[in-house]
Structure formats: structure tokens, C-alpha cells
Design a protein around this ligand. Sequence first.
Ligand SMILES: [Zn+2]
Length: 445
Amino acid sequence: MTTRTYWLEHAWLGTYVEPGVVVEVADGRISAVRTDSPAPPPGAEALRGLTLPGLANAHSHAFHRALRGTVQVGSGTFWTWREVMYSVADRLTPETYHALARAVYAEMALAGITCAGEFHYVHHAPGGTPYADPNAMGEALIAAAAEAGIRITLLDTCYLSSGFGAPPGAEQLRFSDGDAEAWAERCALLKERDHARIGAAIHSVRAVPAGQLGTVARWAEERRAPLHVHLSEQTAENDACLAAHGRTPTRLLADHGVLGPRTTGVHNTHLTDEDIALLGGSGTGTCMCPTTERDLADGIGPAVALQRAGSPLSLGSDSHAVIDLLEEARAMELNERLRTRTRGHWTAAALLRAATADGHAALGWDEAGTIEPGALADLTTIALDSVRTAGPLPRLGAETAVFAAGAADVRHTVVGGRHVVRDGAHTLVPDVPQALAAAVEALRG
Ligand SMILES: [Zn+2]
């Protein structure tokens, strides 16, 4: 049995900051939590700052990281951005995607993220020919997460159509398995590992014909696996769905058995009151991706109403315009302030819950996201003495972390008891900026 001891100068214990906490780790899980420990005991590794449970990034498309900066030139919409995104998707191979994802997941570790939900749909070679291993791309992502030292839920995504009744476009052929049955057969070959779980995703109601939604939902149900779906990110999707099916995307998903407590709708931006009631009433989660939603001019989703209706909230960096879960957390609150011209829709504690326990639950890691015995030993330490965070009383560490800190303030990241980021340096990927630069360069057109 491998054991380690960490001493947390300040620990976030769900609703309050506790000074001087010892966390014992055995075989990757927290075996004991002891308070009233003003100094590190002999042999303990000190984590100075405020230690949170590890952050969960509930929605990622790793390859979108190659678009950073380049998509900020000029104007346009979500749909023109998508054309640029497709050009990068077209150039990915299992080798180049592995290198990029390893660097992106290392960037996530540096940002305190201990688990990523990878919404993965680039399955086959350009033109749609399967690789010799039909899961070569998914396996590349699982390996990349292991090398970067973080957990992954591979949300293998069914993507069959360019829009209601239309075949996939040329650039979408490599996303498609032909039909949902073939998608399910391929996914069944994926194996879970210590650091990797397998979930399912429906790309959107545009991309999976209504008659095949149930096949994906049943696949996830049989495995009790998470099921994610892009939902109502754009009003054009709602309009097309209403024209094709006479109902909203949410109603369509409800009618085909897709909604439920293991399902998460990503974005959930343009909803009717009935949609909100359907999502909340079924316990379907909502993953907000505020930095991407503002970057792509999507709009502001009704997260307050969704949560009130019963939809747990999680957070994702999605297109990786930036990778900073603390920024996602505060952006959800600050968007709501701008929209309503009132403050305090969520407490810092509630925002941290979305970034930790509820994010992990959305990815099928219910045993992560808290600092308590039995939980996975995933920890993120935020410096409270940086230029951004110095000054406030330590007992206001959560408020400081959420509303003033950022990824640059992450000092330590521990995953399963292993020290993946120590004093701001990745211990497994020696030069993350260089790895990112090389991987993005390899994909430049
Ligand atoms: Zn997405």
C-alpha cells in the first residue's frame, strides 16, 4: 500500500476554510482528515495556500486549443468559427492528436484541473475510413490524460448527420459511424482504466436523428454511464428542430428517453420555461461554459432558473479560449449580474461546488470532489500570497479564489495522491508551453 501525508495550510471543507489540516492518503484515496494541525507533521508534504478538492472540467474538446488566438481575428458568428474549427479537425491524426491532448491536459493540470470530460467526436480518418484500431483517436486521448497525470471521462460522441435528415458533410465524415448501432459497437470496445472512465454523448439533436437518440441513451443506461449532449447553444438549432419535429430540442430529448440524472446538457442556453422544467424535473445536469459561450457570442443561459428547477450545475472550458475553471466559475455569476443588474446569485461555495463535486458527478466520478475520508485524493492548491490574492483574510479564501484568482495562482495539483503540479511546475511534462507550441505548430495549415 502506498501512503502519503499532506499538510494543508488552509483547506476548503465544503462550506468553510479550516486552517492546518492533515490529509492522509492510502492507495490514491483520502484515508484520514485531521484538523487542529498548526504545523506540518514529520514527513508530510506542505501545501501552502488554500487547498480545494480537485477541479473538474466537465466539457472539453482538446483539439480546439489549436484555435486559440487565431480565431480572434475578424468578425463572424458561431457558424463561421465552426468552419475554422473543421479545418483543424481535418488535420488531426492519432499521433498529432495525442501530442496536442497531452499538452492540453498538462495545461489543465497546471490550472488545477484533476479530471476532464472529453466530448470526443473525431473518430475516423478523413473521409470516414476507420483506423486499424477503430478507437485509435479515443485511445490517444486516454493515453494523453495518463501522461499528463489527470483523470478523463471519454464521452464518446455519436455524430451522424449535418442536420435534421441530412447526411454528414464532407468535413463531418470522420465523425460518423454511419448509425447509432455502429457507434455503440465501437464504443463497447473501449475499456475503463484507473484514470479513465467511458461515457456517451449525443453531439446535438442536429447530429443524431431522432429515431437513433434512444440507442445512445440505452447504451449509457445499461452501463450507468454519464451521457452528455450539446443542447440549444444556438437559436438556429432550436428553429431547425421546431421545423423538423414540431418541438424544442429539450422536448425531443425528453420524448426519446435521453434526460435523467446521469445526463448533462451542455450550454442549455436558449430554453423555454417548459424546457427548464423538463431538465430540472428529470434531474438532468447543466454544464455551463461561460468563457466559450461569450467567445462564440452564444448568449447567457438561464443557469439560475435551471438550478432552482433541480438541474445540478457543472463547468467546462469547452473550446479552450482560456483554460481556467476559476474564471468559468466567476463568469457564471458575473454574467448573471450583468443580465439582472443585481449581485450574489451564487456564493463562492456554490460556485466551487459546481467546479468540484458536481462537476465530478457529471463525469461519473461521484467519489471525487470533496476532502473527506474515502474520497479520491485529488487536491488543488491556490496561492493566497500572489499579487492577485494577497490581502484578504484566509477565512475568505474561497471568495478570493473564485473572484480574484486564476489558473496562474494554482500552486499544487494532486491527483490520486500523486503530486502532478508542484510549486507551479508540472512534474510529468517538463515544458508545457513548448509541448503546446510544438503540437499546435504540427497542425497549422
Ligand atoms: Zn462543446
